[in-house]
Design a protein around this ligand. Structure first.
Ligand SMILES: *Cc1c(COP(=O)(O)O)cnc(C)c1O
Length: 386
């Protein structure tokens, strides 16, 4: 009887999604090393992948992962605080801190878990969180878990944030400002310098999520570097699953804060450490990112080429979005491109606000110039009939 109720409740919720054209389905997709994917028996060139540098298939990365798996086993065997702290964790953390120019770093199971763990460990009921309204879902989830008073500020709006600070800051003990470094669904950048200055003035802590920055912005150094100059952002979260091509998340910060997180972040304490093969893959990938500027600059160069062809303003990251507004039109655009041999996923609510559905194209170093040209031409044709 209660089982029937559960089934009915789920069915009703799904039906509602179906009506709004918002029901999602998992589609088996086999990625290969040349940027192509196999989906529904059709070969497509993918412009929907976060593997910005093609490192998921890089021979050195795969070899490192294989070697570590043979040496240490497929899984880590426990929480890092119990028996799962393979020494590769420290090697990876030292490397991340070096790349980000911070004193220390800590690795998590994923970027999502990093945000869920870090935010509640730093702020609580007596504190204030100010968060850019277009930040990634896991920053909002972390803010909710913290129970801090949370206010959303308009996307990239420094003057609104300054007003909120002036009005609200004094009523709270600590203040944490949260933002994506590169916005995951828009591809634009947070105004890091201005945010840093404002936070300094109001004794607030700035935390950026650099998931889409590391490896592809500013010679691969990430979004806390602005015009070649590193801004000392005190809390830098990110992922190992995008340009780094592996899996996992991290926080880079000062020694004491990292030590606190090691002790207090629940998504670190109460979960299993990353598999050794994955840690080794991330280390190998980061070493490539550190030394290969030609590789790290290529995705943005290709994005620029595409945007120029379509008459779009020059992108700041390898994410280029074409806003089509309503869900149906966006789904149709994606389907038309698929017919022409290109995979571009339609992004729709709740991932983005209602009325801002879009085609989100991501460019990777593994794309050839010819592939990008063909994609730009096809996109122009599809948009013309929309
Ligand atoms: C992708 C993404 C995450 C999630 O990272 P995972 O490692 O995949 O969990 C977090 N924040 C932002 C801004 C992202 O784009």
């Amino acid at each position: 009887m209660s089982e029937d109720l559960l089934r009915k409740s789920s069915r009703d919720k799904l039906a509602k999604l179906e009506v709004q054209n918002l029901r999602r389905r998992l589609i088996n997709t086999i990625r290969s090393s040349n940027g192509k994917v196999l989906r529904n028996s059709q070969e497509l060139i993918s412009f929907s992948c976060n593997d910005y540098l093609g490192l998921t298939h890089h021979p050195e990365v795969i070899k490192a992962s294989q070697d570590a798996t043979y040496e240490y086993g497929a899984g880590s065997g426990g929480s890092r605080l119990v028996s799962g702290n393979n020494p590769l964790n420290s090697e990876l953390e030292t490397l991340l801190a070096k790349i980000k120019g911070t004193e220390d770093a800590i690795v998590f199971g994923s970027g999502y878990l990093a945000n869920l763990g870090v935010i509640p460990a730093l702020v609580g009921r007596k504190d204030l969180i100010l968060i850019d309204e277009l930040s990634h879902a896991c920053l909002f989830a972390g803010a909710m878990l913290s129970n801090a008073h949370t206010i959303h500020f308009k996307h990239r709006d420094i003057s609104e944030l300054a007003k909120l600070m002036t009005k609200q800051r004094k009523s709270y003990q600590h203040c944490l400002v949260l933002t994506d470094g590169v916005f995951s669904m828009d591809g634009d950048l947070a105004p890091i310098s201005a945010l840093h200055e404002l936070c300094k003035k109001h004794k607030a802590w700035l935390m950026t999520d650099d998931a889409h920055g590391l490896g592809v912005i500013e010679n691969g150094r990430g979004s806390s570097v602005v015009d070649g100059c590193a801004i000392p952002v005190p809390l830098q979260v990110g992922t190992l699953s995008k340009a780094v091509g592996a899996y996992g998340g991290y926080l880079c910060s000062n020694k004491e804060t990292i030590d606190l997180i090691r002790n207090r972040a629940r998504s670190l304490v109460y979960t299993t450490g990353l598999p050794p093969g994955n840690l080794a893959a991330a280390i190998a990938a980061l070493k490539i990112i550190r030394t290969n500027i030609e590789l790290t600059n290529r995705p943005l160069a290709l994005a620029n080429k595409f945007a120029a062809y379509l008459g779009l303003s020059p992108p700041k990251s390898p994410i280029v979005t074409i806003q089509l507004g309503d869900v149906e039109r966006t789904m149709r655009g994606s389907m038309e491109l698929e017919k022409k041999g290109f995979l571009v996923v339609a992004i729709r609510p709740p991932t983005v606000p209602v009325g801002t559905s879009r085609l989100r194209c991501t460019f990777s170093a593994i794309h050839t110039e010819a592939q990008v040209d063909a994609f730009a031409k096809a996109t122009k044709e599809v948009l013309a009939i929309q």
